[in-house]
Design a protein around this ligand. Structure first.
Ligand code: F6R
Length: 248
């Protein structure tokens, strides 16, 4: 694991978007598919802004890109504006030339039984494409990546999980109160994320500085699932000055 500190989230986001663009273009040269794992939430928004700008102003194409999102709330309809489906279309997919059939987001509106089947198919689909080339991550104050909350096993795969109270509290404002925040979610597992060839985790602001310190300097523990990333050989943590402020 290694970390890079930028003076601002803007500068960090532009660097990450440039890495993604370079990797997409390398695959295009060889007529290959680029498998991109994506996150929602506030952290990646500027990366998506920059990818949109590269598409609009520098003709970056996403025609050879297949995306897999980390997670979705359960129960959640895709057309609900609080869904991650909605978020991704609003902040990225509606503004680039990705093929709709190449967009994969966990479904939050299935029955429990259907959902179990869906999760296995999600894993299969990723494997059949040769795995995720680049996975973008944010981090929750619980140490979650995706929605792998404390207690998540290293070997976990895509599945239904129960959200931590802190995670629901952090989402409360966008749901007009904690009571409206779903209690469950579908998330890629730790092993799904770990299989990615390249992982970039974004953390901005003072609010994240404590969990960033634990993630980078703490012992590896299921109590803080992000610490598992210490064992991944191609992970970079991108920070702004505030998020890095508690590092030794
Ligand atoms: C979202 C996700 C979560 C977020 C994390 C940080 O798809 O998987 O792990 O990345 O909760 O959220 P923000 O970026 O809003 O602070």
């Amino acid at each position: 694991i290694h970390n890079v500190i930028f003076e601002s989230s803007n500068a960090g986001s532009i660097a990450v978007a440039n890495e993604i663009a370079t990797l997409i273009k390398e695959k295009q040269k060889n007529n290959k598919t680029f498998v991109l794992g994506l996150a929602t939430g506030s952290s990646p928004i500027k990366v998506y802004d920059e990818l949109i700008r590269l598409h609009e102003e520098e003709s970056l194409s996403f025609k050879n890109v297949v995306t897999f999102n980390l997670d979705e709330y359960y129960q959640m309809d895709p057309d609900n504006y609080q869904s991650y489906y909605y978020f991704m279309h609003e902040y990225l997919f509606n503004h680039i030339d990705i093929l709709p059939e190449n967009v994969n987001i966990p479904k939050g509106n299935l029955t429990i039984e259907e959902s179990a089947v869906f999760c296995n198919e999600y894993e299969e689909k990723i494997k059949n494409l040769g795995g995720i080339d680049f996975q973008l991550l944010g981090i929750g104050r619980t140490g979650h990546i995706g929605f792998n909350e404390p207690g998540s096993h290293f070997n976990s795969s895509t599945r239904m999980v129960t959200l931590d109270y802190i995670t629901r509290a952090d989402a409360a404002s966008s749901f007009l109160g904690i009571d409206n925040v779903p209690k469950k979610a579908i998330t890629m597992g730790i092993s799904t994320i770990f299989d990615a060839k390249r992982i970039v985790l974004l953390a901005w602001g003072q609010n994240k500085s404590e969990i960033v310190k634990e993630t980078i300097e703490g012992e590896i523990t299921s109590k803080k699932p992000a610490t598992y990333l210490q064992q991944h050989n191609a992970t970079t943590i991108i920070l702004d000055t505030e998020a890095s402020s508690q590092l030794t």
